[in-house]
Design a protein around this ligand. Structure first.
Ligand SMILES: Nc1nc2c(ncn2[C@@H]2O[C@H](COP(=O)(O)OP(=O)(O)OP(=O)(O)O)[C@@H](O)[C@H]2O)c(=O)[nH]1
Ligand SMILES: [Mg+2]
Length: 317
C-alpha cells in the first residue's frame, strides 16, 4: 500500500507472481498488483512488480554462524526512513553494543535513527544517555502511564521500523500507537530461551490524530513496522570503512591516521587512541567500535556479553 493511501483503502490479499523470479517481497515494498484488487472476502491479487526501493535495512543473521543459512543476509524492511531502536531501561537491561550495531545499520541504509528507551518506570536513562552524550542522537522516553505525544510527533508522516531485543516492549508500544493493532505481547521471562512473541514483521498505519493542528488534515499519518525481537544485529554486510560512520563521534579522530589505518588496537599510530586520551570521545565508544571491527574480521569473541565485559554492564550486544 502506498504511504499516502487513504485510511479507508481496502486491504488487498496478494501472492507473489511467478514472473518475479527469485526476487522476494519484503515488508515496506511498494508493489504493482493485477487481478482482483477489490479487497472482497476471498479475493486474491497477484504481485507482478516491485518498485525501486528508496532504502533497504539489512541485517546479517549471524545469530547462528555455524550454518550457511545462519550467515544469510536478510532484508528487514524496504523504504523505511526512520529506524526506531527500541531498548528497555531494565528488564531486559539496555545493551549499548546492540544499539551501536543498529546505528551502523541505520547509517549504512541511509535511514535516520531514533533511540526509544522503554520501561522508564523501572530505571533512569542516565547511563545510556551519558554513553551517547557526544552524539546528536534523538531519543524519547516511554513510560506506561505517560502519553506518547513526543514519539507521535517524531513518527508523523514517516515510515518507521522498530528493532530491538525480545521483550523490550515493541509490540506494547505499537498497540498503544495503533489501538486496533492487537499485536501479541509476551512476558520477559522467555528471553534468551529462543522464544519471541512476535514472529514476523508487520507494517501498521498510524492513526491520524483527530484535530491534530501540527500536521494538517491531509498530511499522511505515517507507518510503523513492528519486527520480531533479534538477539544480535549482524553487520557482516557492512564494509570496515562504513562501520566508522556509525560512530560519528570518532570520525574526526581519524584525520591524523596513517593511510589505510585499520584503526585496530595493535596499530600504534592510529589517531583514535590520542583522540580518546584527549577527552574528545568516550573510551567505551572506541572499545565498542573496535569490538565491531574484530567481530567482522572473524576474531569476534563468542562469549556472552556479560562474561565479555564484566566491568561494563552496558556494553553487551
Ligand atoms: N514496566 C513496564 N513494562 C513494559 C513496558 N513496555 C512493555 N512492558 C512489558 O514488557 C513485556 C514484553 O513486551 P512486548 O511488547 O511483548 O515486547 P516485544 O519487544 O514486542 O518482544 P518480541 O515480540 O519478543 O520481540 C510485556 O510483559 C509488557 O507488558 C513499560 O514501559 N514498562
Ligand atoms: Mg513483539
Amino acid at each position: 500500500m502506498p504511504p499516502d493511501a487513504e485510511p479507508d483503502a481496502p486491504l488487498v490479499t496478494a501472492m507473489r507472481a511467478r514472473e518475479l523470479g527469485r526476487k522476494s517481497v519484503v515488508v515496506g515494498d511498494r508493489v504493482g498488483l493485477v487481478g482482483d484488487t477489490s479487497g472482497a472476502a476471498g479475493a486474491l491479487a497477484r504481485i507482478v512488480r516491485i518498485a525501486e526501493r528508496s532504502s533497504v535495512l539489512r541485517r546479517t543473521a549471524d545469530d547462528d554462524d555455524t550454518t550457511a543459512e545462519g550467515r544469510l543476509e536478510r532484508v528487514v524492511v524496504a523504504n523505511a526512513d526512520q529506524l526506531v531502536i527500541v531498548s528497555a531501561l531494565a528488564d531486559p537491561p539496555p545493551r549499548t553494543g546492540f544499539i551501536d550495531r543498529c546505528l551502523v545499520a541505520a547509517y549504512d541504509a541511509g535511514i535516520e535513527p531514533l533511540l526509544c528507551l522503554t520501561k522508564a518506570d523501572l530505571a533512569g536513562p542516565e547511563a545510556v544517555l551519558g554513553y551517547y552524550a557526544e552524539l546528536e542522537l534523538p531519543y524519547v522516553l516511554i513510560r506506561p502511564e505517560a502519553d506518547l505525544d513526543a514519539l507521535r510527533d517524531l513518527l508523523a508522516g514517516r515510515i518507521s521500523v522498530m528493532v530491538g531485543h525480545s521483550g523490550v516492549g515493541k509490540s506494547t508500544l505499537v498497540n498503544r500507537l495503533v489501538p486496533d493493532a492487537a499485536r501479541a505481547v509476551g512476558t520477559v521471562s522467555a528471553i534468551g530461551r529462543g522464544r519471541h512473541t512476535s514472529t514476523s514483521a508487520v507494517a501498521l498505519r498510524l492513526p491520524r490524530l483527530p484535530g491534530d493542528p501540527t500536521h494538517g488534515e491531509n498530511a499522511p499519518a505515517g507507518w510503523i513496522v513492528d519486527t520480531p525481537g533479534v538477539r544480535s544485529f549482524g553487520l557482516a554486510h557492512v564494509s570496515a570503512d562504513s562501520l566508522l560512520h556509525g560512530f560519528p563521534d570518532l570520525v574526526e579522530g581519524t584525520v591524523d591516521c596513517p593511510a589505510n589505518c585499520p584503526h585496530t588496537p595493535d596499530e600504534t599510530d592510529c589517531g583514535l587512541d590520542a583522540w580518546v586520551a584527549a577527552g574528545k570521545a568516550d573510551a567505551r565508544r572506541l572499545a565498542s567500535y573496535r569490538r565491531l571491527l574484530a567481530s567482522r574480521s572473524g576474531e569476534g569473541d563468542a562469549r556472552e556479553p556479560d562474561q565479555r565485559n564484566p566491568g561494563d554492564p552496558l556494553a553487551g550486544s
